[in-house]
Each structure stands twice: as C-alpha cells, then as structure tokens.
Ligand binder design. Structure first.
Ligand code: PLP
Length: 381
C-alpha cells in the first residue's frame, strides 16, 4: 500500500535535486570552510553559494544570512541574542500561538523575571493588532510574531506589524519557518528585521536553518567558539546540509508560483469534500487568511488520536497539533488560545500538503478520511 503523506508542516521529503547537490560534500569535498587550502576553499565556496541561494529566496543579501541547526535554534538565537544585545530592556512581545521554540522560551523568560506580553488571537486565529500596538513600551527589547501558524496555517499581517514596530523603533523578528517557500516572503517589502527559516520544511535536509539578520538588528552570539557566521553562530559549518538548504531554496524560488496554485487547489478541494461528506467536520482558522497547504479540521466529539491511528492503518499520515506535541495527550496551546471548545480541540487533525502531493493522492485521502471518521462517529454515537 502506497502511503499518502499529508504531514508536510512537520517535515517534507527531500527533493532528488537537493540530495544530488549534497552528495559530493560528505566525502569528496569534505574540507573545513575555515581552512585555507584547496579543499577548505571548495567548501567555503559551496557555503557562500548556498548563502546567496537562501538570501535570494527571501529577497535579502547573503551577508544577512546566519546558518543555524534549524528553525528552533534560529528562534532561540533571535530572542536570546537580542536580549543579550539590549541588556537593559526586559520586555518581549509575542503571541499566544507561537511554535514552542518561541512560546516555551518566552515562558521560561518569564520565570527569569522578563516581562512577556502574549498577544491574544480571536476564534479564527486572527491577531489583536491594537493589543500588540498598546503593549509596546520603552522597555520592549523585541517583538517576535510568527508569519503563519504551523497548526492552523493562519497568516499574520507581518507588514502591518513591521510598520508598528518601526514607528516605535523596536526590533521585529518573525518565525517564517512555515511560509518561506510556501508563499511570497520578501524581507524588504515586509519590513522585518529578523526571520527564522528551516530547510526541512521546503524539501531540504533536517538539522539546518537560518536566521535572517537585517542591517541594524543587534544580536549577541549565544555560544562561544570560533568566528564562523560573522561571530554570530560559532562552530564548523554543516557543509552538506547547508549546500542542501541552498539547493532547496533555489528550487522553491523557481517553482513557487506553480507550487502554490496547485497546492491551494488540492487543499481547497480536499477540505470542501470532507465538509460535505462528514457532518461533524469543522475547519479551524480564518479561511481567507491561510497558507495554501494547510487545513486543520476538527471532528467534533471524536478523539484525534483514534482518527490518526485509523488513518495510519489505511496509509495516510497526518497529525494533531504540532509534531513536537503529538504523541502526548496535551491539548494544543494554539487551539486553546483561539478559545476552540474542548470537544472540537480534542478531535482536531492537521492535514498539510506539499508540491509532491498529487491529485490522485488527494482523491484517495478524501475517501480514506471520510470513511475512517464516519466509522468512528458511528461507534461513538
Ligand atoms: N517554527 C515553526 C513555525 C515550526 O513549524 C517549526 C517546526 O515545526 C519550527 C519553528 C522548528 O523548526 P526546526 O524543526 O527546524 O527546528
């Protein structure tokens, strides 16, 4: 049985072109980019080419890209690095629905006597911009607001937030892990000062990401060691992974328009079919402001775990909540912050597509999901 993979917000399959680009850097071109000899310089060239490719994907320039071990490290570096660079400021503004890489770090910072404002969202997952504006004060070191939510796909108005932060002279970081390569994302026109990226969400390798650090964004390195990544992230670069990230960025850039329209059409058809075939299905999040590949559907009165097991037995991979918290029965902090009632939250399943998703897979997925869910609903009636 061929599986149907609809869990692309957790991770994506690496592209063949990406794997091919990485291959020589494991063994043949194994040099350390800091070495002055030929092998070292080959590796340096490869890293700098990848930096240009990643910068091009987001409309930046290569010196603004700091490679990290992924989105989590980029988020941590942005927040902790900013606080370290502005030691007198003790206030951070974020939202109630960030990925745990930001959310849990901010909760930890509260315990360390920082003030954190977690700006609320409404039942559609939309941000209260007035609350965000009013929360800023002279003590605010950073605003960190994600671009699109990993669980619901709801997109936040990053440009408007950047206008607010710029007018107040506050640095603005966005976690763009779910949007870069999946919708238009241009650092200059959005006006963000820092952005987190991750390769494995765009058909690149796991364990590599980047922080875009715009001009004037002050950051202190969070580890001590060599002078790599312009002193912001010491440690020998993961050359094969960085090369793969560059190749994935290049592919995402060249294919973005066609990928987006195809994925949106498949997602919309899937969602519509399920709402017609399953009476307890409710789509979560603002329909008119979502990333094109994601749908979070709550099956009222059912348990997501039972649904996911039933789907997995039929070869369909989806998830509940974020990948990091699925497997545990903890309710999603995102859906809770949206005020989604418990019987819906417990039955919420996230389906996320990618450019690899085909029409025939979606046709099968419509059947499999409606059969599994309707059977469970009949049992629990
Ligand atoms: N931020 C968001 C919005 C994510 O969805 C994820 C991963 O799911 C991350 C950060 C963490 O990225 P990584 O897995 O590269 O550490």
């Amino acid at each position: 049985m061929d599986s149907i993979y609809l869990d692309n917000n957790a991770t994506t399959r690496i592209s063949d072109e990406v794997l091919d680009a990485m291959q020589p850097y494991w063994r043949d071109h194994f040099g350390n980019p800091s070495s002055l000899h030929l092998l070292g310089q080959q590796a340096r060239h490869a890293v700098e080419t990848a930096r240009e490719q990643v910068a091009a994907l987001i409309g930046g320039v290569s010196r603004e890209i700091v490679f990290t071990s992924g989105g989590t490290e980029a988020d941590n570096l942005a927040i902790l690095g900013t606080l370290a660079a502005h030691p007198k400021k003790r206030h951070i503004v974020t939202t109630a629905v960030e990925h745990v890489a930001v959310h849990d770090l901010c909760r930890r910072l509260v315990k360390q006597d920082y003030r954190v404002t977690f700006v609320a969202v409404d039942s559609q997952g939309r941000l209260d911009l007035d609350a965000l504006r009013n929360s800023l004060d002279d003590d605010t070191a950073l605003v960190s607001v994600m671009h699109a939510n990993n669980e619901t796909g709801v997109v936040f108005p990053i440009r408007e937030i950047a206008e607010i932060t710029t007018s107040r002279g506050v640095p603005f970081h966005t976690d763009a892990v779910q949007t870069v390569g999946r919708m238009a994302f241009d650092v200059r026109s959005l006006g963000v000062s820092a952005a987190s990226l991750s390769a494995h969400k765009i058909h690149g390798p796991k364990g590599v990401g980047a922080l875009y650090v715009g001009r004037g964004f002050r950051l202190r390195s969070q580890s001590v060691g060599g002078h790599q990544e312009r002193d912001m992230r010491p440690g020998t670069e993961n050359v094969p992974a960085i090369v793969g990230f560059g190749a994935a960025a290049e592919l995402a850039r060249s294919r973005r328009e066609s990928d987006l329209s195809k994925t949106a059409a498949l997602r919309n058809g899937f969602e519509q079919a399920l709402c017609e075939r399953v009476s307890c299905a409710r789509v979560i999040g603002a329909l008119d402001s979502r990333i094109c590949n994601t749908t979070n559907i709550a099956f009222e009165g059912l348990e997501a775990e039972a649904i996911l097991i039933g789907l997995s037995e039929r070869g369909l991979c989806a998830s509940s909540g974020s990948a990091c918290s699925s497997g545990s029965l903890e309710p999603s902090h995102v859906l809770q912050a949206m005020g989604i009632p418990d019987p819906l939250t417990r039955g919420a399943v996230r389906f996320s597509l990618s450019r690899d998703t085909t029409e025939s897979e979606i046709d099968r997925a419509k059947e499999v999901v409606s059969e599994v869910v309707n059977k469970l609903a009949a049992f629990s009636a």
